[in-house]
Structures are given as C-alpha cells and as structure tokens.
Design a protein around this ligand. Structure first.
Ligand code: DAT
Ligand code: MG
Length: 238
C-alpha cells in the first residue's frame, strides 16, 4: 500500500516536472522557493531584493505602488522579482596596487556599476605579505608566487564584493584574460593594462573561490544588503 502511494506520488512529481518545462509552473515553483528562503531573513515587507545576509531591507510595496488598480501589477512584479532574487550571487573583486596608483579606481568600479552589478562591500587595505600568500595560496608552487605576494602587499588594494546574476563568470569577462597581451579590447585588462605582472585587477574564478575570498577579505557585517531602485529595470522577464 505504502509503496503504491510512493509510486503514484513519484509519477505525479515526474509529470509535474515535465509539465513545468513548458508552463508557468516552473517560475511559480522557483518564486515560492525564493520567497520561503527570503522571508527567513527579511525584517520588513519584501521589496525587490531582500536576500543575502547582513544589513536590513527597506521600503514596502505600498511605498512605490498604491491603489487597488495597481494590485495585479504589484503582485506580478513581486513574484517576478522573487525569481531573480534566488539567482543573484556575489564575487570578490580587488583593484591591485598598480590600478590604485594609476588612478583607475573609478574607471574599474564604473564598468561593474554600469553593467548593472551592485556594490555590497568596499574597503581600502594594504595587505600583509602573509595575507597576500593566503589570498594566492593556490599559486604557491608557481615561480612568480613570491614576487606576486610582494606586489599585492606593496600598497593599497581596493577590496570589493559585487553582487548580481552571473557576476562571478561575467565579472571575469569584464576583467579579461590574465595576460593583458591576450585580453580582448573592451575588457578592463585589455583596455588598461599591458603585462601580466601588472594586470591591475583580481576577480574570483568560481563559486567556491568567491565564497572563500569574500570570507578572507570581509567580515559578514561589512557587507550590506539593500534594494536599488534600478533593479526593476535591470532584472525582469517578459
Ligand atoms: P587571474 O588573476 O586572471 O585569476 P591567476 O589566478 O592565474 O590569474 O594568477 C594570479 C595572478 O598572478 C595574475 O593576475 C597575475 C599573476 N600571474 C599569473 N601568471 C603569471 C605569470 N606567468 N607571470 C607573472 N605573473 C603571473
Ligand atoms: Mg585567479
């Protein structure tokens, strides 16, 4: 009897799953999942991006849409945004001492900002050599490791955390290839750097590295969570 119930339940789940590929069920399912996850940390009514950790959300649905006529639209945008909240991620980006000394801080920040990514943590740090070694620990066997760590600890670094959909992978695209001789024009290294030893910027290369590097450089309370009014124009689907 129990196994019959299990079998029919799993059949039902399978058919729902395949149906979801071609229907709205999929996005509704994700929206419900996201809403459940988000409401654990939200302190007030949910607006666009009450996700992640630290800080506090702000605003309320009634502050930007009011009146009975607006309700169906509000409900639609609310659900739509929840889908996107579930997909957002964070990466660690650092402007190295050469980028700082060359006055490229605002240029580099503006490329991430104009793309639509959100700055959720930033500070100026002169890392110790020990700290630099920790940051670059996966390169410790490489012949340039010692010089690289000397260089990273030679002056101010702008340490940042950027947030947005696909920011880890796309952040690396904005940065360009490790060797600026091979970076495409239009990328940060392609446009602004010439040699590999002075390639001005660091970016996490994957989800695990991003998590580890954010943890190494920032305390959780140094990262903020806030709703940007631009988000409803950056994220959305039709
Ligand atoms: P990326 O910074 O693109 O993630 P990486 O992690 O392989 O590249 O190397 C870290 C840094 O080490 C890189 O930004 C510059 C330096 N580096 C890499 N290869 C080098 C080389 N062959 N000679 C000198 N420095 C190098
Ligand atoms: Mg790297």
């Amino acid at each position: 009897m129990a196994s019959q119930v299990c079998k029919s339940a799993s059949r039902a789940a399978r058919s729902l799953l395949s149906a979801s590929k071609a229907s709205r069920f999929h996005s509704q399912g994700r929206a419900v999942g996201a809403a459940a996850a988000v409401s654990l940390s939200a302190k007030g009514p949910l607006l666009f991006s009450n996700y992640g950790r630290g800080g506090s959300g702000s605003g309320s649905a009634s502050s930007w849409i009011s009146g009975a006529l607006a309700l169906p639209a509000a409900a639609y945008m609310f659900q739509d945004q929840e889908v996107h909240a579930a997909e957002l991620e964070r990466t660690f980006i650092a402007i190295k001492p050469d980028g700082v000394q060359r006055g490229l801080i605002s240029e580099i920040i503006s490329r991430f900002e104009r793309k639509g990514y959100k700055l959720v943590g930033i500070k100026v740090v002169i890392p110790s050599k020990e700290f630099a070694k920790q940051h670059y620990h996966d390169l410790k066997e490489r012949p340039f490791f010692d010089g690289l760590c000397d260089f990273l600890s030679s002056g101010p670094v702008i340490a940042m955390v950027w947030e947005g959909q696909g920011v880890i992978t796309y952040g690396r695209k904005l940065i360009g290839a490790t060797d600026p001789q091979k970076s495409e024009p239009g990328t940060i290294r392609g446009d602004l750097a010439v040699v590999v030893g002075r390639n001005i910027i660091h970016g996490s290369d994957g989800p695990e590295t991003a998590k580890d590097e954010i943890k190494l450089w920032f305390k959780p309370e140094e990262l903020v969570r806030f709703s940007s009014t631009a988000e409803k124009w950056i994220y959305g689907s039709n």
